[in-house]
Design a protein around this ligand. Sequence first.
Ligand code: ATP
Ligand code: MG
Length: 145
Amino acid sequence: MDAKADVYVTNSPEETEALGAELAKGLLSSPGEVIGLVGELGAGKTSFVRGMARGLGVKGCVKSPSFTLINVYEGGSLPLYHIDLYRLAKLEELYGAGLEEYIYAKGISVIEWADKFPALYAECNIIVIFSYKGEDMREIEIRRR
Ligand SMILES: Nc1ncnc2c1ncn2[C@@H]1O[C@H](COP(=O)(O)OP(=O)(O)OP(=O)(O)O)[C@@H](O)[C@H]1O
Ligand SMILES: [Mg+2]
């Protein structure tokens, strides 16, 4: 069993962002966390990351790093490393892009489609699971382990 799980329901992208912001603010005293996001296409993973960036005080815009593999958002209380595994064929490609430097750095790493590669999934301290419940409704479970 997981140590602790909290379940939330959101009814708009803004509410999902607010949840992401709250989570990120709670991590300020524990840099180095790796957060894995799990959920189908359009479930709200990128919206949640957008909120995390806002929560850290990042000014720039948050877009899914589908082609760049990793986006680094600086200028906030901690750097935020945004990784998306959706288009990744082999985990090795990500190590080539500097993944290890990030996930062991003093920032927060957040990984979309984190369950795609078990070796990386095992590195996540926090897992956030998104479920589609209706056009604007999502269930979001945050598990700490
Ligand atoms: N409660 C909600 N929370 C988050 N997004 C919502 C919600 N209600 C509606 N949406 C819409 O759902 C979509 C979520 O897109 P988002 O890019 O965040 O998903 P994603 O999980 O990152 O998808 P992908 O797997 O394609 O990267 C957006 O179009 C957003 O406007
Ligand atoms: Mg996304």
